[in-house]
Write a protein that binds this ligand. Structure first.
Ligand code: NDP
Length: 385
């Protein structure tokens, strides 16, 4: 029997993390878990650890350490707390692949550590590439390791590019569902609530990405993610609204031919593909039926209404720390909106103002990116006082 692939999951209690564990359970001959990590959800982390018996468990929020440690005392599981041990643990020789399923800028440091240790990365945490794409891709080349995208659109593009190494990409189309406010005018968006924004029509995801989907920032972050993953210019990346979320994205080649990857919207497909690339594994995930979808439709995004998408293109073209600043501002505005402290339209307004006002650094190293991230967060917080 072949050796099982040993997976470390960063953010095992979240939407991607729990679906990764579903796959591991279903494909128990192919995968096992060596590391589980979470931030606050100690109870679920304990339940997962008791079931999957990893070597290590890390709870980022130290307040929950005792609870987790005591609950796992009868098992041979090493429990740590805080951010620092995480970097060391995922670099253990037993770990084959790191699934980066934690949310936001917090994903950057452990991902850098995993790449430096030569680990294969299944990347869900798109913010890492948005903030530090150039640096991350250079590090991957240096340490001869690869990033396999988990984001459904990027997984689609990655799958379309298999066997096309010699064929340059002319352009790509990232598909977008349009979220719960597709087709809304600025006036209609003025009064929308977090509860409405948290109801995504096609995908069940964590709160941050669900709000980002409603505000189109998610698509903006994906545009930047695609630039780095596939080495593209802004002019080669287009976004098209496709409300049914069946076509997950499209590559167009120099001979006008287009390849698309499609299927029902189910994150377990790209998660499993990333974990077992290049081979596909048989599974029981529901199959697409054409007759259930007699119409697949496409629309333009109105970037005057959904300004975040325009801001992402601007940040990408500006380069340097601009995308880092935009991402940090958005992490704060996203949370402020969820907490009822700003309106929906203020998300993009504040993101835009942060991008214009936080000092620009044309060539930031890792340390400078951490500074820019902190500056942008502080800038937004000052602004709403
Ligand atoms: P969730 O909010 O559902 O889960 C986030 C996970 O990260 C939780 O396990 C959380 O722990 C953990 N976490 C948060 N902060 C920290 C920290 N500082 N240190 C350690 N762990 C932390 O997010 P999603 O699963 O929805 O998204 C994860 C990533 O995947 C995001 O970058 C998102 O953009 C991307 N993605 C998600 C998709 C989806 O369908 N959900 C689709 C495509 C991409 P706890 O629960 O304990 O707080």
């Amino acid at each position: 029997m072949e050796k099982k692939k040993n997976i470390a999951i960063l953010g095992s209690t979240g939407s991607i993390g729990t679906q990764t564990l579903d796959i591991i359970e279903q494909q128990a001959d192919s995968f096992e878990v060596s590391v589980l990590t979470a931030n606050n959800n100690a109870e679920l982390l304990i339940e997962q650890a008791r079931k999957f018996k990893p070597q290590y468990v890390v709870i980022a929020n130290k307040r929950h350490y005792k609870q987790v440690k005591n609950a796992l005392a009868d098992l041979r599981i090493i429990v740590h707390a805080g951010d620092d041990p995480l970097e060391e643990i995922i670099c253990q020789p037993t770990v084959d692949m790191v699934m980066t399923a934690l949310v936001g800028f917090a994903g950057l440091k452990p991902t850098v550590a995993a790449i430096r240790a030569g680990k294969e990365i299944a990347l869900a945490n798109k913010e890492t590439l948005v903030v530090a794409g150039e640096l991350i891709m250079e590090l991957c080349a240096l340490h001869k390791t690869s990033i396999i995208p988990v984001d459904s659109e990027h997984s689609a593009l990655f799958q379309c590019l298999v066997g096309e190494k010699e064929n340059p990409i002319e352009k790509i189309y990232l598909t977008a569902s349009g979220g719960p406010f597709r087709g809304y005018s600025l006036d209609q968006l003025r009064a929308v609530t977090p509860q409405q924004a948290l109801k995504h029509p096609n995908w069940e995801m964590g709160a941050k990405i669900t709000i980002d989907s409603a505000s189109m920032m998610n698509k903006g972050l994906e545009v930047i993610e695609a630039k780095w993953l596939f080495d593209l210019t802004a002019g080669q990346i287009d976004v098209i609204v496709h409300p049914q979320s069946i076509i997950h994205s499209i590559v167009q080649f120099q001979d006008s031919s287009m390849k698309a990857q499609m299927g029902l919207p189910d994150m377990r497909v790209p998660i499993q593909y990333a974990m077992n690339y290049p081979e596909r594994l048989q599974n029981d995930i529901p199959r697409f039926n054409f007759l259930d979808y007699p119409e697949l439709t496409f629309e333009q995004v109105d970037t005057d209404v959904f300004k975040n998408l325009k801001l992402a293109y601007q940040a990408m073209e500006k380069g340097g720390n601009a995308a880092c600043v935009l991402n940090a501002a958005n992490e704060i505005t996203n949370k402020l909106f969820r907490d009822g402290k700003i309106s929906f339209l203020e998300i993009a307004d504040l993101n835009e103002a942060a991008l214009a006002n936080v000092p620009y650094n044309p060539q930031p190293g890792l340390k400078a990116l951490f500074e820019s991230d902190a500056q942008a967060r502080a800038w937004v917080k000052r602004e709403i006082k």
